[in-house]
Write a protein that binds this ligand. Structure first.
Ligand code: AHR
Length: 490
């Protein structure tokens, strides 16, 4: 059996893990909204037409923020269509679907309140511009006494929505995007939009479209917008296509290296501007997506077509767990992240009509990281076959270790030295692994789920565990109240 030693110490803190890294994403795409979140005809529907089983599952995931309404959908989004009594039916060119606008801004806000999540609204900077963005902000956030804010009240919400996070368009560096722009065109529009909106609401926070590959784009936009933006957004999808499982499991290393490049750009522009403000990274779309689940042509221009409904394997589950650990390990730079997406569409939660819903394998590492990965990330210098992160929760006096064995055939014996930590007991040790690499969860059978990890031993400050081949694991250790309290996320 291979052996790996790691050591953890409160002296080697990375920083507080932002609770916003456990974000979700509800795009008007396929059956994410219609048939997922919202299904008035379903037996699971509540009085508002929201599926209660989905509300329960999203609550279990624990997503403090949720991006809405797109994605590419935003490129044609007319927010006014989804408010008030008249809801025009439109075509959505991005996904070739029919948009009935039965679920709009007020419905999303009501749903967000029910699940306990804060919205991250994406602005349409593709087919619309500064004026519509300003109108949307006034409609959402101004208390009252203007035409738009009073219209919000008469549409059922006298209290302002107080939206804090705004995405300045979606992936506008990409040629696939309606309204694609050059870096210079985007830089101007992003800056002027954020400037105008901030005049209306100084508390607004702006996330600009950063490119995961083109650092020149990032530099050009940032040099133009630095004083108005708070986050550089990076989107990335992961899959095994054309690679080996080992390669797939190392996608996280390659993505972390690209994030580091974007951080370098942010820092060099900060120095150039002489600014004290640090622009953080927002990975507001990340997911395992093999791009294979296209629409049935018969479903073109229908409401809620079956789009991008991917089943997830154990490899996908482990890569998902690794990405969450990556957010812990980058706690000093990544301050927001959204799994893309929440329901049915490349998502941890699936539904079928008739009140049927189930959890995909990827649901569990997300749920457990979101629940136990709150606090301060500690540096773990893990070896190649072990990918790991550690989060110290000073309020709960608990250390959560997230451990991935990337070896496909061999167990990995891990010895962790918990330096300067009075470790009392192992509270829980869970593992996800499955010999059948093709197995996926279905409504009938949950093959991929956490099971007890036996043989985890704590002896003084030494923890030993044997990780099954190709596994994602969580070990929670209770600590005596700390002398030095770590900083915890707000
Ligand atoms: O998540 C699906 C799509 O992927 C989103 O609409 C888009 O932003 C990204 O390219």
């Amino acid at each position: 059996m291979k052996q790996v030693g790691i050591s953890l110490s409160p002296e080697r803190m990375i920083g507080p893990v932002a609770r916003e890294v456990y974000g979700g994403f509800v795009e008007h795409l396929g059956r994410n909204v219609y048939g997922g979140v919202y299904a008035p005809e379903d037996p699971q529907a509540d009085a508002d037409g929201f599926r209660e089983d989905v509300i329960g599952l999203v609550r279990e995931l624990g997503t403090p923020v949720t991006r809405y309404p797109g994605g590419c959908y935003t490129d044609g989004w007319r927010w006014e269509d989804g408010v008030g009594p008249t809801r025009p039916v439109r075509l959505d060119p991005a996904w070739g679907q029919r948009e009935p606008n039965r679920f709009g801004l007020h419905e999303f806000m009501r749903w967000a309140r029910k699940v306990g999540t804060e919205p991250v609204l994406t602005l349409n900077l593709s087919t619309r511009g500064i004026a519509e963005a300003m109108d949307l902000l006034e409609y959402c956030n101004f208390p009252g006494g203007t035409e738009l804010s009073d219209r919000r009240a008469s549409n059922g919400d006298p209290e302002p929505f107080n939206i804090r996070y705004w995405c300045l368009g979606n992936e506008l560096y990409g040629r696939w995007e309606i309204g694609h722009k050059s870096a210079e065109q985007y830089a101007w529009l992003a800056r002027e939009t954020a400037k105008a909106m901030r005049l209306l609401d100084p508390a607004a926070k702006f996330i600009f479209c950063g490119s995961p590959n083109d650092m020149d784009w990032n530099r050009t936009v940032l040099e133009s917008c630095y004083e108005y933006v708070d986050f550089l957004s990076l989107h990335e999808v992961f899959n095994i296509k054309g690679g080996s499982p080992g390669d797939y499991l190392r996608s996280v290393d390659r993505f972390a290296a690209r994030i580091a490049k974007a951080v370098e750009v942010c820092e060099s522009v900060r120095l150039l501007k002489g600014s004290a403000k640090r622009v953080k990274i927002s990975v507001d779309e990340w997911i395992v997506w093999d791009f294979d689940r296209r629409a049935d042509p018969a479903e073109k221009w229908t409401v809620g077509p079956h789009l991008l409904e991917q089943d997830y394997t154990i490899l996908d589950t482990i890569v998902t767990g690794e990405l969450l650990s990556m957010f812990h390990n980058l706690a000093d730079t990544v301050a927001l992240a959204c799994i893309a997406q929440s329901v049915n569409v490349i998502a941890p939660i699936r539904t079928a009509p008739g009140g049927v819903s189930w959890k995909q394998g990827i649901f569990y590492p997300f749920q457990l990281a979101s629940r136990h990965g709150r606090g301060t990330a500690l540096r773990v210098d893990a070896a190649d076959e072990l990918y790991a992160s550690a989060v110290w929760n000073g309020e709960e006096n608990e250390l959560a270790l997230f451990l991935v064995n990337r070896n496909l055939t061999d167990e990995l014996a891990v010895t962790a030295e918990l330096e300067q930590m009075a470790a009392l007991e192992v509270v829980e040790a869970l593992s996800m692994h499955c010999a059948d690499l093709a197995a996926v969860n279905t409504p009938e059978q949950e093959v991929l789920k956490p099971q007890a990890l036996p043989g985890v031993v704590l002896s003084g400050t030494t923890l030993t565990a044997s990780l099954p081949p190709l596994s994602w694991n969580l070990v929670r250790v209770r600590l005596a109240p700390a002398v030095t309290s770590p900083r915890t996320s707000a």
